[in-house]
Each structure stands twice: as C-alpha cells, then as structure tokens.
Design a protein around this ligand. Structure first.
Ligand SMILES: [Zn+2]
Length: 328
C-alpha cells in the first residue's frame, strides 16, 4: 500500500496493471484514471486514507490533521474496522487521544462514513467506464482514444481532451459526459449511499441529485449558467443532455477560439462541483457572485497558460471576454 501511493500504482496486485497504468501517461495526464472507476466492496485493496473511494476526495486531503494522528496511515479500508455480528463497525486507531477540534474532525469523518456499506466477501475491483460491461480491453481503449467508442460517437471527448483545463478538470468533464461523477444518485447506485432520503440535491434539496440535475437543470446551477452566458454575451439554448450543453459552448471561427470558449463551460462545471462539495463537507452556502468570479478567473488562467497569443489582462477578460476570444 505504501509503495502504491509513493508513486507506484498496483504494485502487489499485478505487474500487468502497473504496465497498463504507466502506458496511459500522456503529457503528464492519465486517461486510464479518467476512464476507470474503483468499486469498493469489502475494501480489501483500497487505501482508506489515500484513495478517493467515496467520490469526494481522499480522506488524507480532507482530514489532513487526523491523517497524521492515524496509526493506520497505510491501511486498506477493510483494515480500519471489523465485522461484528454481520454489521460493519469502524475502528480508526489514533496515536493519542483526540483533543478539542480533532474530535470535531473525527465526528465529520465518521459522518462521511455513516452512509457507507461494505460488502462482506466481495473483492474491490476496477471498472472500465468506457465499455458497457466494465471490462477493460485494448480495443475499447483504442476506440476511446480515437473518440469513436459507442458512448462518444462524436467529437465531444476529443474536444475535452484538447481543451485548456488542467487534467483533473478534463477527467471530471469526461465523467460528466459518461454520467460517472459521484453524484448522490450514482452513490446510491454504487451503494456507497444507502438511504434514499440522503440523496437530495446539495443545492436545492428538492430533487434527486443526478449529474444532470446538479450541474445543469437545478435552479441554483442554471442561474450560474445564465450569469456566465450574459457575461459572454451568448444565449443559452435549452439542452437536454450534458453533451448538448457542452456543444453550445464550442463556438468560434478556429480551433483556438473554440478551445478558449470551452474553457468557460469547463470552469463552470468545475466551480459548481467544488461549490457542491463545499456545501456537503463544510456546510457552506453557494454564492453566485463568488462562483461567477471563480469561473472568470479559472477560464482566464487556463487560456493564459496555454495559448501564447493571449495577452489580455484579467481586467480585459472580465470586461469583454468575447472580444478577447475573437482576437485569437
Ligand atoms: Zn437542485
């Protein structure tokens, strides 16, 4: 486990997995990670602290102080508790008794764990999102990279791949297009969440939190899209899928302009997702003005970092994004 998270993936499971993983590195990005998903069952090969196994970030990154106090830093999920009369009980071990705020964090961690149900005698496994049966094949990966697999008959995946966003944002966008983000609906399907009432939208609390509702049709997210469209000077069409929604942002006379305008779409979904996680894990409120500001800043910094001829200041970008894009 230690070797795995010191930069060496799948060291004990199989050398073949390690080879696959290494072969998938391209320009510092890993398409295998983006196209695959861990299904946690008994937690036998999943790192409790290091892996993002609940779909909301690793516990190490969320509870860094607790991680340092843990006696089980390199343990699997399965080693962090026991089965007692057929029911799973967590048993997290600390180097010393927890004090003050640490106890509060531990309570937050336990509440994250509360809806999780492990499955006895069923091994964790990787699922390849691209093929219908979840099984990896060289052929499906080849088609995936060609952008011609059955889930992506058009150029949408290729456009995401060539976009200007950081690889973690690209991977997130892929997951949106495949409906594989850790929305509460998907957590219910994967049985990470077990109580249906816990699956309402983190923004409006009025609908089931599906990927489509959360990021596009919810009044809260829709309002951010409207603000962004007004800022860009474009009219939003009423889309019926993430793919359609994405495509309307792919506008411009050349590929550079299209990549720049797509940055706004990617920055918006990313901002919505971070905002949603902040509500879920830190009980914050969603603020549309701050969110729009983040969309503008993210998109500007991604364009600035990747397009040489983009010489506009953040101020120019805020004031007139369309003319910045059209000059590219
Ligand atoms: Zn909602």
């Amino acid at each position: 486990m230690r070797a795995k998270y010191s930069g060496d993936y799948f060291p004990t499971e199989s050398a073949w997995w390690r080879d696959v993983h290494e072969a998938c590195q391209s320009d510092g990005e890993n398409w295998f990670d983006a196209g695959s998903n861990k299904l946690v069952r008994m937690g036998n090969s999943t790192s409790f602290w290091h892996e993002d196994w609940t779909g909301s970030g690793s516990f190490r990154s969320k509870f860094f102080r607790l991680y340092h106090l843990s006696k089980l830093k390199w343990s699997t999920v399965n080693e962090c508790g026991n089965w007692v009369n057929g029911a799973w009980q967590w048993n997290l071990k600390w180097r010393r008794p927890l004090l003050g705020r640490e106890q509060l964090w531990a309570e937050c961690l336990m509440s994250d764990l509360a809806g999780i149900r492990l499955v006895e005698d069923s091994f964790d496994r990787w699922s390849w999102l691209v093929s219908g049966d979840g099984i990896y094949s060289v052929h499906s990966a080849y088609l995936f990279l060609q952008g011609s697999n059955s889930l992506a008959p058009d150029q949408v995946f290729s456009a995401v791949w060539k976009s200007l966003a950081p690889s973690k944002v690209k991977a997130f966008a892929w997951r949106i297009l495949l409906d594989r983000i850790a929305s509460k609906e998907n957590l219910l399907k994967r049985r990470v969440l077990v109580v249906h009432d816990q699956a309402t939208c983190s923004f409006c609390s009025a609908h089931l939190e599906s990927c489509w509702h959360l990021l596009f049709s919810c009044p809260v997210s829709n309002h951010l899209w409207q603000l962004g469209a007004n800022w860009l000077g474009m009219d939003l069409i009423s889309a019926s899928s993430p793919r359609e929604h994405f495509t309307q942002f792919k506008v411009g006379r050349n590929s550079t302009q299209r990549r720049a305008s797509l940055s706004v779409w990617l920055a918006t979904v990313w901002t919505l997702w971070l905002g949603r996680n902040s509500i879920v894990f830190r009980s914050t409120q969603f603020n549309h003005e701050e969110a729009l500001d983040l969309v503008k800043r993210h998109s500007w910094s991604w364009i600035k970092a990747n397009i040489k001829g983009f010489c506009y200041s953040l101020y120019d970008w805020y004031a007139n994004p369309l003319s910045c894009i059209q000059s590219l």
